[in-house]
Design a protein around this ligand. Structure first.
Ligand SMILES: Nc1ncnc2c1ncn2[C@@H]1O[C@H](COP(=O)(O)OP(=O)(O)OP(=O)(O)O)[C@@H](O)[C@H]1O
Length: 292
């Protein structure tokens, strides 16, 4: 069953094309990661699917209805990128306030426990650290037992321990059949949580598959070598980084690249070939080939 859908959606802000004919479906029970560099269009897609903004053209649906209609959002939980909490209220009071809007909210203790917030229940939100505020803001999206949750960069600014606590909360919601769409710059986050990753770049969907398949799709290897002389043009190289004499080359065919280095009699040493991180893979997907 499809819970959220974008069909050939385009969104412009003045002259800026933020989304360019994007189609995207989310099925019930899925945990989907939207991955992309700054300005890729992730938040815009989330904002369209959650009814905060309207597409310039194309169609969006939430639970089969127009997300701009308030009743369509009744079973939705959202944590946008920026959130504000009433500074003078205690964490427990904020949870009570949000809970009062729902027929069957999660019990306060259970919610706070799930997100590792039990110790903060009596603290005023104005006195919380940035990371603690963020955890409260994310937890609030779960109060009404939504069928579906959108989390826009949920763990930005959190330390490792706080991030793991949030992941646990998201995982347990997902394990109970909840549907999650999250955007992230943290590749480990997508890999740790999501079964499916949608790579967005320049307002377009560049890949929509499992994390493993997306990595396989680009199959980028990082070939590092120490070399003093400038390198000739090498075919198949999609990215180059230099740190003094150390050069890192990104390529889809490391075997051929190494053969070429030998053929050109390049005096290199300390050769190292390793798989790329997902980040390097998606940069290779979004980047124009650059000359060596
Ligand atoms: N209200 C707006 N007015 C003008 N341009 C906007 C507006 N909102 C977004 N944009 C532009 O649209 C493009 C997509 O932005 P969006 O926030 O969707 O990207 P993102 O992938 O979420 O980025 P980030 O990871 O930095 O949050 C960017 O170029 C951005 O500057």
């Amino acid at each position: 069953m499809t819970l959220a859908r974008a069909v050939e959606v385009t969104r412009r802000y003045g002259d800026k094309l933020a989304l360019d004919r994007v189609s995207f479906d989310v099925e019930a029970g899925e945990l989907v990661g939207l991955l992309g560099p700054n300005g890729a269009g992730k938040s815009t897609l989330v904002n369209l699917l959650t009814g905060i903004r309207r597409p310039t053209s194309g169609r969006v649906e939430l639970f089969g209805a127009d997300p701009r209609v308030p009743s369509a959002r009744r079973e939705l939980g959202v944590t946008p990128q920026e959130t504000g909490l009433p500074a003078s209220l205690r964490v427990g009071e904020v949870v009570d306030f949000v809970s009062a809007h729902y027929d069957n909210p999660l019990p306060k203790g259970e919610l706070l426990e799930r997100f590792g917030l039990s110790d903060l229940v009596r603290r005023q939100t104005g006195g919380l650290s940035g990371g603690e505020k963020r955890r409260v803001a994310v937890a609030l999206a779960f109060v009404g037992r939504p069928r579906m949750i959108f989390l826009d960069e949920p763990t930005t600014g959190l330390d490792v321990q706080a991030r793991r606590m949030l992941w646990d909360g998201i995982r347990s919601y997902s394990a109970e059949g909840g549907t999650v769409v999250l955007t992230s710059h943290y590749l480990e986050e997508i890999e740790a949580l999501a079964r499916r990753v949608v790579v967005i770049g320049g307002g377009r969907v560049l890949a929509d598959d499992t994390v493993g398949a997306v990595r396989g799709l680009v199959a980028v290897r990082r070939v590092s070598l120490t070399v003093r002389a400038p390198l000739p043009e090498l075919s198949g190289v999609t990215g180059v980084e230099r740190e003094g004499d150390r050069v890192h080359l990104l390529t889809g065919d490391a075997d051929q690249l190494v053969r070429d280095l030998v053929t050109y009699e390049i005096g290199f040493h300390d050769l190292e070939v390793r798989p790329t991180s997902l980040e390097e893979a998606f940069l290779a997907l979004t980047r124009e080939p650059s000359p060596v």
